[in-house]
Structure formats: C-alpha cells, structure tokens
Design a protein around this ligand. Structure first.
Ligand code: PGA
Length: 250
C-alpha cells in the first residue's frame, strides 16, 4: 500500500515571516488528518522558520532545489548537506521551471539525483512534457528520455527513497489540469519505466505524484486513479485552507 503524499511547492513566494504563518495555518488545519504524508517546500530562506513551525508534527520539510556537490567553490549554490542541516527529508529535483529557465538538462539532473540519494534525501523527481510535445504525440518519448536520463546508473531498491512527480508543463500554473485519464495514462507509463529499471516490486512501491493546477475541487478525481499517489501543488498550496482541503482529498 502506498501512503498518499501531498507536497506544497511554494516556489519563490513568502518571506520567512509569511512562510511561518502559512506553515502554522497548515499545521492547524491538517492536525486531524491521518494516512497522508504532508510535505512543505518553502524557499531556502524560510526553511529554518518552517522547520520550527512543523516541529513535533507529522509534516515533513522539503526544499525546491539543490546543488550536486556537497561543498565547494559554487558561489550562490545550496548544498544538499545544508538541507539535511535544516531537517529536510525531501528535495524537489528537475522541476520544469528549473529545466526551462535555468537550463537543467538530464545530465545535470542525473548528478543531482545521485548526490541527494547518496546523502539520504528523498528526491521528488519531476518529469513532464510541454504542450507542443503533447500535441505532436511525443509525451511518452519525452517521459522515457527524462526518466532514463535522470535515473541513469541509479539503483533504487527501497521505493520509499524516491518520489516521481508527473507535471505536464502545460498544466503548471495555467489552471488547465490534465484529465484523470491523461494523468493516469502517464503515471502508468512512468511506473512501467521504473519496473523496467528496477523490477515490478520496487516500481509498485514508488509513489507517483501528479502536479499541474491541482485544486481542492479536482484533487479527488485525480487521487481516484490507481497510479496517482499524491499531488505536487503550487498555487493552491499558498493558502492554508485550500492546501488542507487538497491534503484531505476525500
Ligand atoms: P501549480 O504548480 O499547482 O501552480 O500548477 C505545480 C508545480 O509547479 O509544482
């Protein structure tokens, strides 16, 4: 049985004070929820205060990115070790905004995944096609290239060490959510790719999140799909009430 995992990606929003207030609101509103893992991914600058706000709760902390080296002359970068220092369990790797605006390619993503897995952080590894790619019927080709490139040379035996997020680029921040059928089909394909890499048993245990315009009113039908195990939520995670409704999803 895969425990559902709901993660809030706050992107470049919220000062430390605002993030603390949002985290406190979420803590309050999801207090009674059981059987769902909740992850908050604030900006780096708010990791410390959000870590304090979720202390003593079951909510996990995640970051939105990190460097592939543990230390060194990389001005302005953040080591995965620094994330562990704040108590992060998760880190988002290869978000489409990183691929698009910061030139992250499969080779770089592969280095990051190896680094964070080696340090015991759980990557939330993002993949997804653009609108143009979908319209040209290239969705599966893109997913295959991203998964095989990102995970090249990586062996995962314990499925709890990795989360994969399917985020169609055309659905992110657009209000245009994938239909449950589109999402399920992509998730099934991703799980089959993982099975090809590491065997069925591991692949069946890896949690796959859907991301892209997830809202309280569409999360339920997405979560009803057999291969969707959670959501990576951007915009709707910036409000405690709407994120809490997504976390409850039933
Ligand atoms: P969105 O973002 O929910 O605002 O579409 C999702 C994401 O980028 O992870």
């Amino acid at each position: 049985m895969r425990t559902p995992i709901m993660a809030g990606n706050w992107k470049m929003h919220k000062t430390a004070a605002e993030a603390t207030a949002l985290a406190a609101g979420i803590v309050e509103q999801v207090r009674e929820v059981t059987g769902v893992e909740v992850v908050l991914c604030p900006p780096f600058t708010a990791l410390g205060t959000v870590a304090e706000a979720v202390k003593g709760t079951t909510i996990s902390l995640g970051a939105q990115n990190c460097h592939y080296e543990a230390q060194g002359a990389f001005t302005g970068e953040v080591s995965p070790n620094f994330l562990l220092d704040f108590g992060c369990k998760y880190v988002i790797i290869a978000h489409s905004e990183r691929r698009q605006h910061f030139g992250e390619d499969d080779a770089l993503i592969n280095r990051k995944l190896k680094a964070v897995l080696g340090l015991g952080l759980v990557p939330v590894f993002c993949v997804g096609e653009s609108l143009e790619q979908r319209e040209k019927d290239l969705t599966f080709d893109v997913l295959r290239k991203q998964v095989l490139g990102g995970l090249a040379g990586i062996q995962v035996q314990d499925p709890s060490r990795l989360v994969v997020a399917y985020e169609p680029v055309w659905a992110i921040g657009t209000g245009k959510v994938a239909t449950p059928q589109q999402a399920q089909e992509a998730h099934r394909y991703l799980r089959d790719l993982l099975a090809g890499l590491w065997g069925t048993e591991t692949a069946e245990g890896v949690r796959l999140q859907y991301g892209g315009s997830v809202k309280p009113d569409n999360v339920r039908e997405l979560m009803a799909c057999p291969d969707i195990d959670g959501a990576l939520v951007g915009g709707a995670s910036l409000d405690a009430g709407s994120f809490a409704r997504i976390v409850r999803f039933q």
